[in-house]
Every structure is written in C-alpha cells, then in structure tokens.
Write a protein that binds this ligand. Structure first.
Ligand SMILES: Cc1cc2nc3c(=O)[nH]c(=O)nc-3n(C[C@H](O)[C@H](O)[C@H](O)COP(=O)(O)OP(=O)(O)OC[C@H]3O[C@@H](n4cnc5c(N)ncnc54)[C@H](O)[C@@H]3O)c2cc1C
Ligand code: SF4
Length: 468
C-alpha cells in the first residue's frame, strides 16, 4: 500500500548547534504540517496501529478529527486512553509499536503517528478545554506509590472514575524517569512534563513529594493506619547495574542514573545551579539503550568528546532509532562489537582508559538476539576520563522488604498477575517495578490495567459492579 503524499518531515535544530545546548531537538509540526500528515492516514477498518499501541489509543479516530481541523475532538479522543500524549509523542518507540504496524509502512513510510500525537498533546496544553474532575465521587481511597508514568496513568484512570487517589513520591519532583532520567533536549520539563502532570492533578489526584514508602510510611501503614482501601506500587526500577570488571571503583566511573539525575533533576547543566558534574575531556558510555544515548548526548552537550561502547552490532541497538540517528548527527562516535574488560586508572586513582575486546556475533541467546563472543587477542584501549555505565537497572528492594506478604522474582521485580494484582491482598503493582526497565507506554498500560483491577476490587468490596 503506497501513499502519494510523502511523510511530512519534522523540523529540527541544526546538529552542530544543538550539540552545544539543552534546548529541544525537534520543533514539532505546525498545524498545517500536522493536518497534511493526517491526510496520509487511510482510516483502515481494522487498524493495525491501534492493536500495536500498548494503551490502544483510537489512532484513526484522532487523526480523522485532526484532519478535519477539530483539535478538541482529537485531544478528547486521545485523552480517553492516555493522560500523557505530549510525553508519549516524544519518547515512545513508535517504530516498534503503532508506526511499526501501520499499513503504509509495508511499501513506504508509515503515518507519523507519534508526531501527530505530540502535536495534539501540545495543542491541548496551550488551547484545550480545562480538565474536569469526575462528576460523581465513589467510595474507595487508593494510595499510589511513585509518580512515574505507571503511577500517573493508574491515578488518572481511578480519579476519572471518582475514587479518592493520592500519589506518594520519594523525590522532590513529580514524574519519575520523565524528570530525572530523560534529558531536557528530548522532553522539556516545565513546558511539557509539569503541565501534563498538572492536568492529572486537575482530575482531583493529590500528590505528596518527599515521602519514601518503606521509610516515611509503609504499604502496611497505608492500608492499616492511614485508611487506604488499596495500594498501587509504581516505584520503577531505579537501581543501577555495574559490569563487575576491575577498575569500576576508580574516580570517574558513574552510573547513568547518577549522571542523568545530576544533569536533569539537579540541573547541573544550568549555570544558575551549583550541582557538580564531571565529564573531563573524553567520555565513554557503556551500553546501547535509550539511557546510553541520553547519557552520551548529555556528555557531548557538556563539552566532552563522546563514544558509545556496545558489545553487539548496530542492528541490536535497543535505543529508539531516532535517538541513534540524532546521536550520530551530533558527532557521537559508536564503537560497536566492543566490550570493556577493565577500567584503567592513573596514579591518582582517576580513570584514564577503558580496556576493551572486540566481539563477534555467535548463536542467538534466550532473547533471540545473537550473543556476542570475544575475539581472542583483540584487546585494545579507548582513552577516556569518565566512564558512564548504562547497562540497565532493577527495582529497589526497599518496598518489597518492608511489606508483609509481597513476593518478588529472582531479579527483584514485584510479582504480579496480568491485572497487576500482587501476592498481597489489596496491593497492585505495574510498570518497571514489575517488568524491570521497559518503556513509558508499557508502564502506562500497566498502570491502566491495574486501575481496572483496583476498581473491580473496590466495587466487589462495596458490593457493586465496576463502571464501563
Ligand atoms: C535515561 C532514560 C531514558 C529513557 N528513555 C525512554 C524513551 O525514550 N522511551 C521510553 O518509552 N522509555 C524510556 N525510558 C524508560 C521509561 O522511562 C521507563 O520505562 C518508565 O519511566 C517506567 O515508568 P514507571 O512509572 O514504572 O517508573 P519510574 O518512571 O521510574 O517512576 C517511579 C517513581 O517511583 C518513585 N519511587 C521509587 N521508590 C519509591 C518509594 N519507596 N516511595 C515513593 N516513591 C518511590 C521514584 O522516585 C519515581 O519517581 C528511559 C529510561 C531512562 C532511565
Ligand atoms: S494503520 Fe496507518 S493508515 Fe491505517 S489507520 Fe493506522 S495510521 Fe492510519
């Protein structure tokens, strides 16, 4: 299936200029561009894009409203299934989800669904009708632990149904990875994240920051003393992994989490803030996912020569295709099929280089990807002053260790069924806390699924049937 209109390109900051600033890379469509792109959609009777969206947004319906110039209708259509369209339009891996299944992609370019979603979400923030709380209150108080995409999605859906919902967040800012992990140049914090969260609050969701569940309060005390009827745990997977190679305790080796938290949450890139951050002259980032791309592009913007070190080939890079493309344009060097075996230090205990081996791809492993195997005698050094480990994260054990009857997997993930019910009655969980590090939209989908299960749980206690 081809389409005569080419996909409308998105305007972006010039790579040489943006590699020196933290302003957003992509400018977004204007209304004329968005409406033109919307005309490319074939309005399929059985839209493959919807089935491939983890929250099943009615994609052809919102695109049709946009094409007709009815932006409020487009925004309302998306709002039925997503409370964070401006965020998702910017960070979802559309190429493996909605756009990856768009019928136009079989012979040509898929509809730019993510960019259209972003346009509608941004329009809503500027011009949309104000968000209203549910007209009717229902009996049931729900505590949500964590204000990332999973917690926000769960809280929004429950508030829309009329329940009393309060989010408890450990950090001083709301948004989870959206504020502490993903950099400003991909996801503006004040202009986008804070305003989409404000819309969640307009639904009636209360948010309290600086509350560490497991320390300040516990899940048990929320249920037994604070009068909550159910708890949703969306506490993410914020515990960084290291490689376990010699030299990892040298000065200059940091986790991507720490590096990005300093840069984003603590504004280290901003001259008005005192937060220290060190990049030296050359930075090497180990890993190939979104976290690795965000770290290396941040280091580049802070003035360092920057290299990605990844043990598989380009084809296996797990990062969004757009981030890899943008990183290359910004002058990031990619050392593929390369695995660090040791971090080398100088006489003062600071990093001076990464010792690596060349890899080749062998047989597929349990993930279906070909596993990398070291080439004998291929050791070499990459000179660098800072090494950032972006190897994945796992859930913090604090909540599991302080909640009676809450089981976890061997990897430390909270055990939950397909509806988000955990092994503790009245306690539900979803997002990275259950799956391990995944994506924004999967976390939102899990939050929504758990909201339905919590509703059923509360209504069965109230002796009623859940609302449609
Ligand atoms: C740098 C980076 C870049 C990424 N880029 C992308 C991308 O481009 N696209 C994409 O789809 N995904 C991306 N991801 C993954 C995505 O952000 C996560 O999968 C998603 O945020 C998970 O949502 P969550 O709500 O489960 O957890 P989180 O976003 O981690 O939120 C959990 C929240 O719970 C809070 N919390 C934790 N413990 C407690 C406690 N004990 N008490 C109270 N609060 C607590 C945390 O402070 C946090 O605010 C990226 C991740 C990172 C780190
Ligand atoms: S699959 Fe593509 S063309 Fe069909 S409805 Fe979805 S976006 Fe439109």
């Amino acid at each position: 299936m081809a389409n005569k209109i080419p996909r409308v390109a998105m305007r972006e900051q010039d790579p040489a200029i943006r590699a020196t600033n933290f302003e957003e890379v992509c400018y977004g469509y204007n209304q004329e561009e968005a409406m033109l792109e919307a005309t490319r959609c074939l309005q399929c009777k059985n839209p493959r894009c919807v089935a491939a969206c983890p929250v099943n947004i009615s994609i052809p319906e919102f695109i049709a409203a946009l094409r007709d110039g009815d932006l409020q209708r487009a925004a309302d259509t998306i709002a039925r299934d997503s409370s964070l369209p401006s965020v998702c339009g910017r960070v979802c891996p559309q190429e493996t989800q909605c756009e990856g299944s768009c019928i136009l992609g079989i012979k040509g370019e898929p509809v730019a669904i993510g960019k259209l979603e972003r346009f509608v979400g941004d329009w809503k923030l500027e011009h949309g009708a104000s968000v209203q709380p549910a007209a009717e209150r229902r009996a049931g108080r729900v505590a949500v632990v964590g204000s990332g995409p999973a917690g926000l999605a769960c809280a929004s859906d429950l508030a829309k149904k009329g329940y009393e919902v309060k989010i408890f967040e450990a950090l001083h800012k709301v948004g989870g990875v959206l504020v502490y992990g993903i950099p400003e140049f991909r996801l503006p914090k004040q202009r986008i994240v804070a305003r989409e969260i404000a819309q969640v609050e307009q639904l009636g969701v209360e948010i309290e920051t600086d509350v560490i569940v497991g320390r300040t309060l516990t899940v048990d005390s929320l249920l037994d003393e604070e009068g909550y009827d159910a708890v949703f745990i969306g506490s993410g997977a914020g515990l960084p992994r290291f490689m376990g190679i010699p030299g990892e305790n040298l000065n200059g080796v940091v986790s991507a989490n720490e590096f990005l938290t300093r840069a984003n949450l603590m504004h280290a890139y901003d001259a008005d803030y005192d937060t220290p951050i060190y990049v030296g002259r050359r930075v090497a980032v180990v890993g190939g996912g979104n976290v690795a791309m965000d770290s290396i592009r941040t280091a580049r913007r802070l003035g360092a020569e920057s290299t990605i070190v990844y043990r598989r080939s380009e084809k296996e890079l797990p990062a969004r295709a757009e981030e890899v493309h943008h990183a290359r344009e910004e002058g990031i060097e990619f050392r593929m099929l390369t695995n660090p075996v040791e971090v080398l230090g100088d006489e003062r205990g600071w990093v001076r280089a990464l010792r690596c081996v060349e890899m080749e791809l062998g047989e597929p492993d349990e993930s279906g990807r070909r596993s990398p195997v070291a080439k004998p005698g291929s050791e070499f050094e990459i000179p660098c002053d800072v090494v950032i480990m972006a190897l994945g994260t796992s859930p913090n054990p604090l909540i599991a260790s302080t909640t009676a009857g809450l089981e976890t997997s061997r990897r430390g993930c909270i055990t939950a069924d397909a509806d988000g019910a955990t092994t503790r009655e009245g306690v539900f969980a979803g997002g990275d806390a259950v799956t391990g590090a995944a994506t924004v939209i999967l976390a939102m989908g899990a939050g929504r699924t758990a909201a339905r299960a919590i509703e059923a749980y509360l209504e069965s206690r109230n002796g009623k049937t859940p609302l449609k």
